[in-house]
Design a protein around this ligand. Sequence first.
Ligand code: 5GP
Ligand code: MN
Length: 341
Amino acid sequence: MTSYIIQEIKELLNTSKNIVITTHKNPDGDAIGSSLAMYLFLTKKGHNADIIVPDKYPSYLKWMPANDKILVYNDKPKKCNTLIERADVIFCLDYNSIPRVDQVAEPLKKSKGIKILIDHHVLPESNSFNHIISTVNTSSTAELIYELFVDLGEKHLIDKEIAECIYVGIITDTGSFSFACNNEKTYLVTAELIKAGIKCDNIHTLVYDTFSENSLRLLGYCLTERLKVFKEFSTAYIYLTKEDLKKFKYKIGDTENVVNYGLSIKGIKFAVFFTERKDRIRISLRSKGDFSVNEFAQKHFEGGGHKNASGGNSYISLTDTLKKFEDLLPEYSEQLNCKKS
Ligand code: 5GP
Ligand code: MN
């Protein structure tokens, strides 16, 4: 990290401040892990810190240290607005553009607090933040946060609880070290987290062995009834209708990993998961190798993210969205490195 930014952050944190930590809509393990690690670090340093997330997050993250300190903006908009307005410093974690925080965007834009972005997505908005720490070759924002603490000369503050939060960010953003993890640094950081006392096996149980009967059956249903494979385009998708979600008593987080099953089919390089929501179709996209789902999501589905893991939205019906998607595939035939059908 550049010494200029480190110096600036060091000076900012030298005296006690009101600090707000924000992260993106539909917070995932990296968003929550990074935010909690930052919160624990800042409060240890004597700051008055608050975490504001735009909306609900999955229950498999609710065991985490200081989880009870997280404020969901939708539940307490007034309180959150006041905290954002009076903040001296605002950490913006795991997102690259202000619209990614949804309802929090307006108060954030108005606030005079110094905004520090720490993120690993491509193309951070350059005009929206006072300081930017952004690299695309890092496994997770949580890993960047670990590096920041070390560069600030505060490694000694990384205790077991902070280490647990960072570890959750790393494993959830790398599919437990199965993608975005070709960098030795990720493993060196992980080794340090183990030295700080984390128990990897316990954390894996807490994060991954969390199916309810309904959500496991829903996964089975996705695979037997809702999976479509397009071998000629090395592509597979899964979709769920509103009725499907109701039938299986869907709760946030229940379908978190479903998109990845498409990629576990031999030869499939592009996997997509469509879910019919109240106001839109939510889309999760994953790929292997050079095919950029970030570009695909940006171009066709008002989304973005990383080269191999992105999200998007569609505001036409589910049937029309699936048709639109299928009609796009021939255009990408070459990129998907396969024979034309
Ligand atoms: P997921 O499929 O898990 O919701 O998202 C995968 C990745 O894409 C995450 O890193 C997330 O931050 C990013 N992402 C998800 N949805 C959007 C979106 O609507 N716009 C942008 N720019 N990124 C997204
Ligand atoms: Mn992330």
